[in-house]
Write a protein that binds this ligand. Structure first.
Ligand code: UD1
Length: 355
């Protein structure tokens, strides 16, 4: 009997997470896979290039929802995804991470009585001002299978009353993609870069949507640029805000969003990465590169307890003092968390086959 699995992805980090699961399931007999792209991210440099580099086949269905308020985007995904599920009658729908596409697809399936698997379950920042935290909480309540990247995830889920049989600690699928494409990143290397540089990414609404907060962060980065070059591939939201607020980012090397392999190559040789992304906290921990996170909390605490991550919030003094430590060679060294080994996708496939 064939098992039909629909994967739902929509935003940049989803693409990195789905690739190893698709690959692991492709080698199993009796599995039919359908890939649905919601269209939450649609620019070529936020979507198509990730499909190419990660070897993801073209989506079978593109819902083309585009941008909108949270309610609009979530509702649009639900409205367009529901007929796909009804028509294609999957045995299981897999959702990834914590974006609006994740929760929207999980809600549709829960109402239709279709089983849902959540890849990257159990992460909690305990900060409900973050839209992703709402998405995580709701998705995990609805999911039938919960695949966690770290053991803190299992503890969070059990505390929320999720039955232990549903929870599977499988490791980190984002690291699967990193391990897979690191040789390619090493092969390409970096050109036109100074030996020491800070790599910056910034896109959280809490950091970029308020003009005074964003002005403060850019000021701190300007101070960083006195010590070393600042390379800053900017998310479209951030670029829009810098222009809209009339802010000055001239001292920073502002770039368009980069493809996966190019960004990985830049991370690997960075002196320090300064970010508010979730996935980059994990990638730097794996690579052993110091990471300063511009947030007060993280849903990925293992990157702080075991890895190279330090939370600096929006405190420019703390950013400065942590940067000094790193430049003096006294940055955190860190270790790689359990099961961040490039085989999380295989473990997920194994569990799905056993269902
Ligand atoms: C989304 C996720 C966030 C994730 C991030 C990764 C939610 C709630 N947020 O945030 O968790 O870390 O993706 O990048 O799902 N835009 C473009 N081109 C695109 C996509 C977006 O120009 O291809 C612009 C639009 O102006 C849009 C804005 O970016 O309004 C924000 O996009 P959206 O998908 O709403 O959220 P992200 O900030 O990308």
């Amino acid at each position: 009997m064939t098992m039909h699995i629909i994967h739902v992805v929509g935003a940049r980090p989803n693409f990195i997470k789905v690739a190893p699961v698709l690959r692991a399931l492709a080698s199993r007999p009796g599995v039919k896979q359908t890939l649905v792209h919601t269209g939450q991210h649609y620019d070529a440099n936020m979507s198509d290039v990730f499909f190419q580099q990660l070897g993801i086949p073209a989506p079978d269905v593109n819902l083309s929802v585009g941008s909108g308020t949270h309610a609009k985007q979530t509702a649009e995904i639900m409205t367009r995804f529901e007929p796909v599920v009804i028509e294609r009658t999957p045995d299981m729908v897999l959702v990834y991470g914590d974006v609006n596409s994740t929760v929207a697809a999980a809600l549709v399936c829960a109402k239709l009585g279709v089983r849902v698997g959540h890849v990257e379950a159990g992460l909690r920042s305990f900060d409900r001002a973050m839209p992703e935290e709402i998405n995580r909480l709701v998705t995990d309540q609805l999911a039938d299978l919960l695949f966690t990247p770290s053991q803190d995830g299992d503890i969070n889920l059990m505390r929320e009353g999720i039955a232990v049989e549903k929870i599977h600690f499988v490791g980190n699928v984002m690291i699967d993609s990193l391990v897979h494409l690191l040789p390619e990143a090493l092969r390409r290397g970096n050109r036109d870069l100074p030996e020491r540089y800070a790599l910056v990414t910034l896109h959280r609404p809490s950091n970029v949507d308020d003009s005074e907060v964003l002005r403060g962060i850019l000021q701190s980065l300007l101070e960083v640029s006195h010590d070393l070059a600042v390379v800053f591939p900017a998310h479209p939201r951030t670029r829009q805000r810098i222009a809209e607020f009339g802010l000055n980012a001239d001292q920073l090397r502002l770039l368009e969003p980069l493809p996966y392999v190019e960004f990985l190559a830049l991370q690997r040789t960075a002196t320090v990465v300064i970010t508010d992304s979730g996935g980059i906290q994990e990638e730097t921990t794996y690579l052993g590169v110091p990471c300063l996170t511009l947030r007060d909390n993280t849903e990925r605490p293992v990157t702080v307890s075991a890895g190279t991550n330090v939370l600096v919030g929006q405190d420019s003094q703390k950013l400065g003092s942590e940067l000094t430590k790193i430049l003096d060679g006294k940055g955190k060294k860190g270790t790689i968390p359990p099961l961040w080994d490039g085989h999380a996708g295989d473990r997920i496939a194994e569990i799905l086959i056993g269902q």
